[in-house]
Design a protein around this ligand. Structure first.
Ligand code: FAD
Length: 463
């Protein structure tokens, strides 16, 4: 038995289930409530396999809760970006010059199931499914849910509530609608949407293209990416403008148009997706947006975490990683107060937001930058030269140089806001030096690195 307070967590996605596990490990009484059916029992998303890039910040969260090794068993390492041009040529651009730095493809439902299983093993966790949160009385930490099947209402009152109910958060909406305090909220949509497709496994069960990479078909305005699954398939995501473009979701309305578009832009993919138009018309088109809001807490009773507090576009592969890092940052602050008889949640929540928001704002902005980098810059000569130079720096001087991508993805000890500042200053330095022809072939790699460092410091100073 524990004698600690009751924590109600709304939303049993990736962030909510990790948080539930961690709070249970800290001896709280946890109630985790989810709108959808239990994904361990009911197939969801029409059985489509959806995967995510898991990297160091996310792994740190899993490690904290003792589930890193189990998660790694579900992972496929991706060592770099495999760039595909229109003629079907490919080249691999490593994510880092350090051999031990790579990202991982992992199944979203697989990881979610693992976290739910682990949470369920704890005697002080209660899981409820098919219960959609409809209303929150913020001052009382009290929430009302409607049962999907019976339509009956149920109210749960706790000591504190955590809203981990994702980008469209009902908890956040309650904070916005309450008019009881000043609540800032912004939502910015990209003009592009996304659609998931599948490259199935080959007839012999193998992979139809190189397994250990994140594949990108950059085409300027639009882009296709693919991440491997354990069963030999790849989950493919098309990012395309909704309208006002030669090819866009608004005009790809017939199988002929879809085939025309894919044959023109991604001919090598057409051979790999036998049911292209069925997949295209059978799968939904999703929007891509950034949500920023503040404050994340109300009355010291309710706190938003994960996408509910800061949804970002997926181009840095950091949304889940940032949500797991939220749990780590929160847990570190909780550790400071944990010995106290009665935790002052209001102080703790404010301290958490003061520390964390600057970093989630930074990754939100970096993710939008990376949208342009992936769809346009990866195909440009100067960008490729920059990546080669950075990879060489990282391989030769592993302690001395981290590219912006490495700072964000692999250097979990550096907050996102610092990674953004330094990474942008480095990018500007290298691109200017390359553009001005100041990096001559006669220079040694060490001399080039010193020049980049000097220019980076000057850029940091100017900002
Ligand atoms: P969610 O995973 O959305 O979970 C929220 C949960 O709350 C859900 O289970 C939902 O059913 C439940 N819920 C919602 N409303 C209610 C309610 N009213 N009552 C009760 N429960 C409710 N991130 C990465 O790190 N790497 C990637 O490669 C990556 N790729 C992505 C690709 C795409 C196309 C997209 C859209 C996102 C991607 N992300 C990626 C981001 C990642 O999916 C999210 O950041 C992550 O899922 C956030 O976790 P969460 O638990 O906060 O929200």
């Amino acid at each position: 038995m524990t004698n600690k307070e009751t924590i109600l967590i709304i939303g049993a996605g990736l962030c909510g289930s990790l948080l539930a596990l961690r709070m249970a490990q800290r001896d709280y009484q946890v109630i985790l409530v989810e709108k959808r059916p239990d994904l361990r029992k009911v197939t969801q998303d029409a059985g489509r396999s959806i995967n995510l890039a898991l990297s160091d910040r996310g792994l740190r969260g899993l490690r904290m809760a003792g589930v890193e090794e189990a998660a790694k068993k579900q992972c496929i390492p991706m060592n770099g970006r495999m760039i595909h041009d229109k003629a079907g040529n490919t080249f691999l651009s490593p994510y880092s010059g350090r051999k031990d730095e790579y990202i991982n493809s992992i199944s979203r439902p697989g990881l979610n199931m693992l976290l739910l299983d682990e949470a369920e093993k704890m005697p002080n966790v209660k899981l409820l499914f098919n219960q959609a949160c409809e209303d929150v009385i913020l001052e009382n930490a009290s929430a009302t849910f409607r049962d999907f099947n019976s339509k009956k209402e149920m109210t749960i009152t706790a000591d504190v509530i955590f809203g981990t109910d994702g980008a469209g958060s009902a908890v956040r909406k309650n904070m916005f609608d309450s008019h009881k305090f000043l609540f800032s909220f912004s939502q910015q949509w990209l003009s592009h949407g996304y659609k998931e497709l599948e490259i199935p496994a080959a007839e012999n069960g193998g992979y139809r293209t190189y397994k250990n990479a994140l594949h990108i078909w950059p085409r300027g305005e639009d882009m296709l990416i693919a991440l491997p699954n354990l069963d030999g398939s790849f989950t493919v995501t098309l990012f395309l403008p909704y309208e006002n473009s030669e090819y866009c979701f608004a005009n790809l309305t017939s199988p002929e148009m879809v085939h025309e578009y894919f044959n023109k832009e991604f001919p090598d993919v057409v051979e790999m997706i036998p049911n292209l138009s069925e997949e295209f018309f059978g799968n939904p088109t999703g929007p891509l947006g950034t949500v920023k809001c503040s404050p994340w807490n109300s009355f010291g009773k309710v706190l938003l975490l994960g996408d509910a507090a800061h949804a970002i576009v997926p181009f840095y592969g950091q949304g889940m990683n940032a949500s797991f890092e939220d749990v780590v940052v929160f847990d570190e602050i909780l550790e400071k107060y944990n010995a106290e008889e009665n935790i002052n949640w209001s102080t703790l929540f404010k301290e958490y937001e003061a520390l964390r928001k600057i970093d989630t704002d930074a990754i939100a902005d970096l993710a939008v930058d990376n949208f342009h980098e992936m769809k346009e810059h990866t195909a440009m000569e100067i960008f490729q030269q920059k990546r080669k130079l950075e990879t060489a720096f990282e391989a030769e001087f592993p302690e001395d140089y981290y590219s912006k991508y490495s700072l964000v993805t692999f250097k979990e000890s550096i907050p996102y806001s610092e990674a953004m500042k330094r990474g942008r200053a480095q990018d500007k330095a290298i691109l200017n030096l390359l553009d001005d022809g100041k990096m001559s072939d006669k220079m040694s790699l060490k001399e080039k690195l010193e020049l980049v460092k000097k220019e980076t410091e000057a850029n940091l100073h100017d900002d």
